[in-house]
Design a protein around this ligand. Structure first.
Ligand SMILES: Nc1nc2c(ncn2[C@@H]2O[C@H](COP(=O)(O)O[C@H]3[C@@H](O)[C@H](n4cnc5c(=O)[nH]c(N)nc54)O[C@@H]3COP(=O)(O)O)[C@@H](O)[C@H]2O)c(=O)[nH]1
Length: 758
């Protein structure tokens, strides 16, 4: 590779001898012509001058040759150098550029010769201030300089170089340029970066890292491990992992661990370690063996994660998955597990297991009437009382809402189970005092026995549930053992429920209307709307059969709303058709009132049907009103404010409190038909009916007697001055078209009576 100077002066060594020879020839010829051949001075002087000049030139040539050799040696070295070497004049022109410039920068030697100061243009923009400083200080006569800097190669890559720069001066000490070597240190820089990152990770990672040598002596630990273990770094360095061993793992554990490390170069798993303060903690540990290039293990790197929190969360999740949060009792899953095991044990030991299914009787009223916080407290007290009655080895579980289940193992005889059931009922006998409320909570209990009533979890729980429903049907607050007959009853109930769910959508309901009359005038004063269910498969289903089911399944809400709408629509239609009906009585189930939406529902229905509220009478059962007296009052008042009238249905059956009767916003008492039925044979019934009529009068309430079937009953009621009557004696409940005829007849008789009066 030729430098720019070599290229310029490559023919000088021929030019100078030729010039000397010309000088000697011209001088000698000049002497010969001027002084003649014989005179020595004519050729001696030029010869001496030529010899002297020749000697001097020869010396200079030797000197130059020596310089040229040195320069060629420099070039040879520079050409071979890994570094990119250049000589640059102060004006930026390159006198020499080594070939490795192409490898480092991507630009060729000729690119550098052609483009002065090319190096300045390659500097990475962020490093330009550093470079410009350097150039400035070199130009200002600065000394040698060495630093790392980034440049951008021809294809846009960034490379790190170590730049060494020395100023070049002429004989007068004036700086003529610079000599520079540039070593590509990109790989080293990347290595340093990686090392820095690794070191940063080592120091800051939240997992503990322990590095041992091949002899398993700790050579490095990070801060995280010191935090986890409680040891300071210098307490660990030089020691072995025995320092934090917990002795919780046996020899076989360590044997398996080392087998894995030796064969797979790695082991990972859970381990119990001991902190410096003696506490044990679970850790997730990964140990990796590190080998040198010859495959010899040089170190072991352990990564330790303290998983105490994860373990605690796991245990919490496990607990929540198997327990009821409110009461802390096992939930349905755990109950099923335990029952499964109990059955297996009983099977092996030829013993019996009893399953009790317990449902609180009036919990819904409390929960909805007094609010869920009170309901929650009731459930807790109910759970505590249960827990106190059963044996330690029995399982008490809360399986849903107000339903609990108890597993009794190793029972000697069914009598002992019955005694326990009685004890549970007795435990609920005393009132629950919650938030200043004295609440009376009873329970219904169903009992099934393994192996007689089922040999698996599902059938035992299902049969205990069926027995519990039997206890409810028997009047609540009692217990029942499962019998085979209950299964068919439960199946029928399920079938009925499924049909009932579809009934509204399939338009299977219809309203019948039963007339009500003023006893002293015989005038039609109203009608009671009574629902009928015509099902394709079941035929006509009595409300006595499906209303309790609708109430227990919550279906009473949509069904009740449908009844309300249909009754209001019908009376409005009659009115629009000019048929006079002063009042329409509609039965409202307790749940509809408790649900809290009844006021809005009634308002919405009245608006939708454009019925004047004065024509609507809501009949609410006495038992519900008295159970929920305090809570019901505000709802009844709101209903009254809408303009509707209110009647207490089935009066006489629900232990009315006189104090409540006085403040309830009601208009009418409806004597239950069970009392009317026994008139005139039963003096007690007569006395009750008489008392209700007197009570109604004293409270300025109207009294209607329902279930009137005979003229004797009517005569009795007349003699006691009962206001109104309803019953088969006058008419059975009839469909709307038949009732239209009753209405028309009634209007005709009224106009006849008016005509007679006239
Ligand atoms: N929540 C709702 N309950 C309703 C609705 N429709 C009816 N019911 C309740 O179902 C029970 C049975 O009702 P039903 O079979 O319709 O019986 C009513 C009358 O038919 C019957 N009655 C009337 N007069 C006589 C009679 O002289 N003798 C006799 N043996 N029975 C007679 O009484 C029932 C009306 O009772 P009541 O509502 O108490 O006035 C019943 O409890 C209904 O309340 C509904 O839409 N929603």
């Amino acid at each position: 590779m030729l430098t720019r100077a070599q290229k310029t002066h490559r023919y000088y060594h021929i030019t100078i001898p030729v010039a000397l020879f010309c000088f000697w020839t011209v001088s000698t010829l000049h002497g010969f012509v001027a002084y003649g051949l014989v005179k020595p001075s004519t050729y001696v002087v030029p010869t001496l001058v030529a010899l002297a000049v020749g000697t001097l030139v020869g010396y200079l040539f030797t000197l130059r040759k020596a310089l040229q050799v040195t320069s060629e040696q420099f070039r040879a070295i520079a050409d071979q150098a890994q570094e990119f070497v250049y000589l640059r004049r102060v004006d930026g022109v390159y006198d020499y550029v080594s070939p490795s410039c192409a490898e480092i920068t991507g630009y060729s030697v000729d690119d550098f010769y052609r483009r002065p100061s090319l190096m300045d243009q390659l500097i990475y923009p962020e490093d330009l201030p550093l470079w410009q400083n350097h150039v400035h200080s070199v130009n200002e006569g600065g000394a040698n300089d060495s630093f790392d800097i980034r440049l951008r190669t021809v294809d846009g890559r960034i490379k790190w170089i170590n730049h060494i720069c020395m100023p070049i001066y002429d004989e007068q000490g004036k700086q003529t340029g610079v000599r520079s070597t540039n070593l590509d240190i990109t790989a080293r820089k990347e290595g340093e970066d990686k090392l820095r990152q690794a070191s940063s990770i080592f120091m800051h990672v939240t997992e503990g890292v322990v590095i041992t040598d091949a002899a398993i002596k700790v050579v490095a630990v990070n801060q995280a491990f010191c935090d986890i273990s409680g040891y300071a770094e210098d307490e660990l360095l030089g020691n072995t992992p025995r320092t934090w061993r917990s002795q919780q793992q046996d020899d076989a554990f360590y044997q398996a661990m080392w087998n894995s490390i030796n064969s797979k170069k790695q082991w990972r798993g859970e381990i119990i370690n001991r902190r410096k303060n003696g506490d044990l903690y679970p850790a997730w540990l990964t140990i990796s063996a590190v080998s040198d290039e010859r495959g010899r293990i040089t170190n072991y790197v352990s990564i330790v994660s303290d998983i105490s929190n994860i373990k605690q969360s796991q245990e919490r999740i496990e607990y929540l998955a198997h327990h009821d949060v409110l009461t802390g009792l096992p939930n349905r899953h755990l109950l099923n597990d335990r029952l499964e095991h109990a059955i297996q044990r009983a099977h092996r030991n030829k013993t019996q297991v009893a399953v009790m299914f317990l449902d609180l009787d009036n919990f819904k009223s409390i929960n909805e009437g007094l609010g869920h916080p009170v309901g929650d407290k009731v459930l807790k007290v109910a759970a505590d009382r249960l827990d106190q009655v059963v044996r330690d080895e029995d399982t008490v579980a809360r399986i849903a809402g107000d339903e609990f289940s108890i597993i009794l193992e190793d029972i000697v005889d069914t009598e002992s189970v019955a005694i326990l059931a009685s004890n549970i009922l007795a435990a609920y006998a005393s009132p629950f005092n919650i938030d200043h409320h004295e609440l009376h909570v009873s329970a219904s209990i169903g009992i099934s026995l393994y192996p007689d009533d089922g040999d698996d979890v599902t059938s035992l729980v299902k049969n205990a549930d069926a027995a519990m429903h039997q206890a409810k049907d028997k009047g609540k607050g009692c217990y029942c053992f499962y019998t085979q007959a209950l299964t068919s009853a439960a199946l029928e109930r399920l079938y009925l429920e499924n049909q009932l769910r579809k009934a509204l959508g399939q338009d299977e309901f219809q309203l019948f209307y039963q007339p009500q009359y003023a006893l002293n005038t015989g005038k039609l004063i109203g009608a009671e709307a009574l629902i009928r269910w015509q099902n394709k498969e079941l035929g006509l289903v009595s409300p006595d059969r499906f209303i309790p089911l609708a109430e227990s399944t919550g279906l009473i809400l949509p069904i009740g709303e449908w009844v309300l709408y249909e009754a209001c629509r019908q009376i409005k239609t009659w009115h629009d058709d000019g048929l006079d009906l002063p009042r329409m009585g509609v039965n409202v189930a307790g749940q509809q009132v408790q649900h809290g939406d009844i006021v809005h529902t009634v308002k919405r229905v009245l608006e939708a049907t454009s019925l004047d509220p004065m024509y609507l009478e809501l009949e609410i059962t006495e038992s519900f009103i008295m159970r929920q007296a305090e809570e019901a009052i505000s709802t009844l008042r709101a209903l009254k404010e809408l303009g509707v009238t209110l009647a207490i249905d089935d009066f006489g059956t629900g232990y009315s409190s006189l104090s409540y009767l006085k403040i309830l916003p009601i208009n009418k008492l409806k004597v239950d038909r069970s009392f009317v039925k026994d008139i005139p044979n039963d003096k007690n019934s007569e006395a009750i009916v008489r008392a209700v009529i007197v009570l109604g009068k004293s409270l300025q309430l109207e009294v209607i007697a329902e279930g009137v079937e005979t003229d004797a009953q009517e005569a009795f009621l007349k003699s006691e001055a009962c206001d109104e009557v309803q019953g088969f004696y006058y008419s059975r409940p009839v469909p709307a078209d038949e009732f239209t005829k009753i209405l028309q007849l009634s209007m005709e008789s009224v106009s006849e009576a008016c005509a007679t009066d006239d």
